[in-house]
Write a new protein. Sequence first.
Length: 114
Amino acid sequence: MTLIKRATMLLLMLCLSLPALAMELEEAKSRLDTVKTEGLVGEKPDGYLGVVSPGGDAAEIVKTINDARRQEYQRIAEKHDIPVAKVEAVAGKKALEKTPAGQYIQVDGNWVRK
């Protein structure tokens, strides 16, 4: 198979897999409230989610959503010409404030119920 055919096939496979990746993020988002309510996942001050108690697919949900958040924080940082760490800190502060009572947040490295 020629190099051009291989590249075309690889590109086609990548394009076909994109909808599956988008569905994975949507599925993770739809399940986030449940795993937070169950106490498996919580918000961290760095703007990302963390696994409070391993169980089910909590780690996979955290990874998927954190990857999306990381991309969005990078986009915002570039748009406003500020460090990503600043965007993460602001997002983390807002997430901790918005977390409903009874769900977990990370304070000084420890998970606590809000």
